[in-house]
Design a protein. Structure first.
Length: 347
């Protein structure tokens, strides 16, 4: 049975409980300090938003294992990224990064443990969930994880490449953390909105590359919005906008070339398959025993035919006998089964 509200409350209780435990262990007090109270609000808000986005509250308890792990994993990753971005943008450096990592990763481990316990109980007491919504089992879209990984790597490569072109060395600026967080945030949001890494069955290059073009434009727009509204004037415009623009162009061109090469390879494979399918099956001669082709085993049969032919007078009798000798099925016929029709024309 689906109980979104119950699951939401349970989820928030786990996150809040974990946060309170770590806060008590660190400061020996239950009442949250001001900065950690702000962190708690950011954490709860981000966790609930991303959990709802990945449909963790609307799927059935009987959702397959892979689906549960995937949605919980991406909720954890997105929350960690969002919290880190917000703390970086507002320069909240007093909070320990280890504390932030612990209060986000631990709920993931706790919920995975609860899921395993539920699965064990389910095996002992199997219950059929008739209300499971099959459509939600695939709520988290299938993305090409290799492309996601490469997209993240390209951001780093382009960013540090621009630094190298500018300074002649790969160095980290004091603002590098904010720049990278802004870039990854813009890239992540634009990717989620356009689903550019989701499988696409179209063979048209426009429909294949359109999500990449839209995502690139959105990434630049989001970077510009962050630059303006968050007052990031102190950051390098070349690194911020240059990385976003080059990443968008490079990723789109790279995917277009990959798609064209793959389409050409698949087209050749289809042609070869069609040629193989249209090829006439190889004909094989049926084996015929040698004795069936010899007259030695049909002397008596040949005599039966010759006896019949001896009663009539026809031209080319010898040629006829030679022809019949090559027709084994005729030679095997008894003389009572042989009839010779003599046809002639009269004028």
């Amino acid at each position: 049975m689906k109980r979104p509200l119950v699951r939401l409350i349970l989820d928030m209780a786990i996150v809040a409980g974990v946060f309170e435990v770590y806060h008590f262990l660190k400061f020996d007090r239950f009442l949250l300090k001001e900065d950690y109270l702000n962190l708690f609000g950011i954490l709860i808000f981000s966790w609930v938003i991303f959990s709802a986005y990945y449909k963790r509250y609307t799927t059935s308890f009987y959702t397959p294992f892979s689906q549960t792990v995937r949605s919980l994993f991406w909720t954890t990753v997105a929350t960690l990224f969002a919290v880190t971005l917000i703390l970086g943008l507002f320069d909240i450096t007093i909070i320990s990064r280890l504390f932030v990592l612990a209060v986000i990763v631990t709920p993931f481990l706790v919920e995975m443990l609860l899921y395993f316990v539920h699965q064990m109980f389910r095996r002992q007491n199997p219950v059929q969930d008739d209300t499971a919504d099959e459509a939600n089992l695939n709520a988290v879209g299938n993305q090409s994880y290799s492309w996601i990984f490469m997209g993240a790597v390209w951001i780093l490569v382009i960013y540090f490449g621009l630094i190298y072109l500018k300074t002649g060395a790969i160095v980290l600026y004091p603002s590098s953390e904010i720049v990278l967080l802004t870039l990854f945030a813009a890239w992540g949001v634009s990717t989620a909105m356009t689903r550019k890494y989701a499988p696409n069955r179209s063979s048209n290059i426009y429909y294949q590359t359109a999500p990449f073009i839209k995502s690139g434009m959105l990434m630049i727009v989001f970077v510009g919005m962050a630059f303006f509204f968050l007052r990031l004037e102190d950051l390098s415009r070349m690194l911020l906008f240059g990385t976003a623009a080059l990443h968008s162009v490079f990723e789109t061109l790279n995917f277009a070339l990959f798609f064209l090469a793959k389409r050409d390879r698949d087209h050749k494979t289809v042609i070869v398959s069609q040629l193989d399918a249209n090829k006439a099956p190889e004909q094989k001669l049926l084996p015929i025993p040698a004795e069936d082709l010899s007259l030695n085993g049909h002397t008596e049969d040949m005599m039966n035919v010759a006896e019949v032919l001896a009663r009539i007078s026809i031209p080319y009798k010898d040629d006829l006998l030679n022809f019949l000798s090559r027709s084994v099925h005729i030679l095997k016929a008894k003389k009572e089964q042989i009839s010779i029709l003599l046809t002639s024309t009269t004028e």
